[in-house]
Ligand binder design. Structure first.
Ligand code: TYD
Length: 343
């Protein structure tokens, strides 16, 4: 392992992984390959852009030529795939892009990697493939897939292709399944950065339904460290859950954000629920712990640091909250907030 291609490396979790790897592993060359969709952002890579072991190529995993070219140019022997469409609400509004990147693109990346004889292929997936987890069950890696949104169905499809390439072609693959991730540089459409940046501007926080949905919160540095552990020590053909081990109701997270910012609870607006909304995600991650990883961040402290980061880095998110972002905001929230207003 020498030249590692990190697809989706300009996104939220991918860039955290890149920042860690570039600094901690000067013996590897880290080649970011990113389509630079709305979620890809060069600002996420500013801390490493001048490092001697960092390279960048713009490209789409669904573009065979571009993938092949990057493999050849940089002598790629390892792939870590973060590239994906990731936002559930966008997948409900328009599923096509999700199938295109997360399934079709996945196959093109896998096939090109297989043909080139890539030594190791790590694929970053999600706890959402397990679907809604009832009662007090915690998902383990052998549990069945029951995805409920176009997003999670597309991630499950992509993961099944990774499995097939391992079984059929003997590819050296490893899959990770992370839980809800938070931290600096997260596109402000996901719960934490969306609510923090909206509250900073005294705007309403649209909580879906009763807000009693449960998520497991994982700090992005812990997520990146988990992917690195799976890359270095994971067994070929295996999947590893990466859990934060901090289950919280959405409404608790919302109250906490408001408290940290000193903003009033009157900003909370209960709006019509997301369609097909999973109530609870929860996972065990003993398998990854056996490789020597464990989450380092306590949620309360991690959230406090994250809130401070958005407060101190308005330059980063203010330029995102324009253009396409505002179009999306209108499509996703205008009718919901109007309905809440009437109720
Ligand atoms: P999100 O960050 O979209 O992640 P995921 O859907 O992958 O879990 O949402 C986290 C939780 O917060 C989820 O239960 C939906 C809820 N949520 C809201 O209540 N309001 C919002 O505006 C958003 C974006 C999410």
């Amino acid at each position: 392992m020498k030249n590692i291609m990190v697809t989706g490396g300009a996104g939220f979790i991918g860039s955290a992984f890149v920042r860690q790897m570039v600094k901690q592993h000067p013996e590897f060359t880290i080649v970011v390959f990113d389509k630079m969709t709305y979620a890809g952002n060069m600002d996420n890579l500013l801390p490493v852009k001048d490092a001697a072991n960092f390279r960048f190529e713009q490209g789409d995993i669904a573009d065979r030529e571009a993938v092949h070219h990057t493999f050849e140019t940089h002598g790629i022997d390892t792939v870590v795939n973060f590239a994906a469409e990731t936002h559930v609400d966008r997948s409900i509004l328009s599923p096509d892009a999700f199938i295109f990147s997360n399934v079709v693109g996945m196959n093109i990346l896998l096939e090109t990697a297989h043909k080139r004889g890539v030594e190791r292929f790590v694929h970053v997936s999600t706890d959402e493939v397990y679907g809604d987890i009832e009662g007090d069950h915690f998902s383990v890696e052998d549990d069945s897939f029951k995805p409920n949104s176009p997003y999670s169905a597309s991630k499950a499809g992509g993961e099944l292709l990774v499995r097939a390439y391992h079984v059929t072609y003997g590819m050296n693959t490893v899959v990770t399944r992370g839980s809800n991730t938070y931290g600096p540089y997260q596109y402000p459409e996901k719960l934490v950065p969306f609510f923090v940046t909206e509250a900073l501007e005294d705007r309403p926080l649209p909580v879906y339904g009763d807000g009693k949905q449960i998520r497991d919160w994982l700090h992005v540095e812990d997520h990146a460290g988990g992917v690195a552990a799976a890359l270095m020590h994971g067994q070929a053909g295996q999947a590893y859950n990466i859990a934060g081990e901090h289950l919280r109701h959405n409404i608790e997270v919302t109250y906490r954000i408001l408290k940290l910012l000193g903003k009033p609870e009157t900003l909370i607006k209960h709006v019509p629920d997301r369609e097909g909304h999973d109530r609870r995600y929860a996972m065990r991650c003993d398998k990854l712990k056996a490789l020597g990883w464990k989450p380092q961040y306590d949620f309360e402290h991690g959230l406090e640091m994250t809130v401070d980061w958005y407060r101190n880095n308005a330059w980063w998110w203010r330029k995102i909250k324009t253009g396409e972002y505002l179009e999306y905001y209108k499509r996703q929230y205008a009718a919901r907030l109007a309905a809440a207003q009437q109720a």
